[in-house]
Design a protein around this ligand. Structure first.
Ligand SMILES: [Zn+2]
Ligand SMILES: [Zn+2]
Length: 101
């Protein structure tokens, strides 16, 4: 189940549940679309995987009236990318299809 993290891990931009700017990797490392395109170039700095657009949890599931009550995450996690550390990983994977990494 997705935690639906509330901010971008790199730039701390707000990414609420309804945002169409939230991108996630398979481990749910969460970044805004700007960072994924311009800084990460679709390489997750934590796992090397690619990103996909995060789905939005239906409003009905955020309330006590939902069969299963799962609120979105509130913990703000920020871990800005360190260029020196990220560069080798990015160079190795940026031209590899995320489905084949
Ligand atoms: Zn960002
Ligand atoms: Zn990741």
């Amino acid at each position: 189940m997705l935690e639906i993290k509330p901010i971008c891990e790199h730039c701390a931009k707000a990414l609420p549940n309804g945002s169409d700017q939230a991108m996630i990797c398979t481990f749910e490392c969460t970044f805004c679309q700007d960072c994924v395109i311009n800084i990460l170039e679709n390489v997750c700095p934590n796992c090397g995987g690619g990103f996909e657009r995060r789905p939005t949890r239906p409003l009905a599931c955020l309330t006590k009236f939902c069969v299963t009550n799962y609120p979105v995450g509130e913990m703000e996690y920020v871990n800005p990318v360190k260029p020196q550390k990220f560069s080798p990983l990015k160079q190795a994977l940026v031209n590899v299809d995320p489905r084949k990494r």
